[in-house]
Ligand binder design. Structure first.
Ligand code: DC
Length: 228
């Protein structure tokens, strides 16, 4: 007989716009608590890249839906470590496919399964994205919505591009950031918005270590409140 775990995994949901620092905070929190980590943006990046490779054109919504309904999740999972997924092209493709209902449905089960049974038998999972606290894991014990001003986020992104030796102008990065925010926040399905029970964490004036320390404080306080 299969034995059921005594305690269900503890889920930490981290949401927020791009370059808010949520990815770094999520990764560090997972390491701190010994939990599994899933960057859900990578799923959309991989789905977008695969749709484009399959020849789906940007304006073909029906073709994208048909593609998503047959999406090979094993193939998608196999490419999550591809460094190209972290680039700007993959980000654009992700923001193209993310509003599509069939794409979101195709990715939902994997994310829910990750929460129900984190890899390697870990006692919990940290997921970061846009709709973790609202759609993927509405029962998560800890929910943090990480924000920062568009200017601060553009500055971080600009610095990152410069460090990678890529040509960029701060103004162009800021304009792109604002356009992407508007698309993600205004879309009908799973827009970027805090769950009603999320704790807000503004990282505009915080460095990565300070943001992480604050997130640990929030998570510890919530976990304390949630003890059975
Ligand atoms: O966080 P990121 O930059 O890797 O996200 C890429 C795109 O995917 C972005 O346009 C928002 C979208 N996304 C989403 O709709 N839902 C998620 N849970 C994660 C990302």
């Amino acid at each position: 007989m299969k034995s059921e775990p005594l305690l269900s995994p503890l889920i930490i949901a981290i949401d927020g716009p791009s370059a808010s620092g949520k990815g770094t905070v999520a990764r560090k929190l997972a390491a701190h608590f010994g939990f599994a980590h899933l960057d859900t943006g990578l799923l959309y990046r991989a789905a977008g890249t695969m749709a484009r490779a399959a020849g789906v054109a940007a304006e073909e919504d029906a073709a994208l839906t048909a593609f998503a309904e047959k999406l090979d999740m094993n193939a998608l999972i196999a490419r999550l470590d591809d460094p190209a997924l972290r680039g700007d092209e993959a980000a654009k493709l992700a923001s193209w496919v993310a509003p599509n209902q069939a794409v979101r449905s195709a990715l939902l089960k994997f994310q829910r399964d990750f929460c129900a049974a984190p890899p390697e038998g870990k006692a919990g999972a940290v997921l970061d994205g846009r709709d973790i606290g609202t759609v993927i894991a509405p029962d998560a014990k800890v929910k943090i919505f990480i924000t920062a001003s568009a200017e601060a986020r553009a500055q971080r992104r600009f610095k990152e591009l410069q460090e990678r030796g890529q040509k960029a102008s701060y103004d162009a990065v800021l304009a792109d950031m604002k356009a992407r925010d508007a698309r993600d926040a205004q879309r009908v399905l799973a827009p970027t918005k805090p769950a009603s029970d999320a704790v807000m964490l503004d990282t505009t004036d915080l460095d990565a270590e300070q943001a992480f320390a604050e997130a640990v404080r929030i998570a510890e306080a919530k976990r304390m409140l949630c003890q059975p």
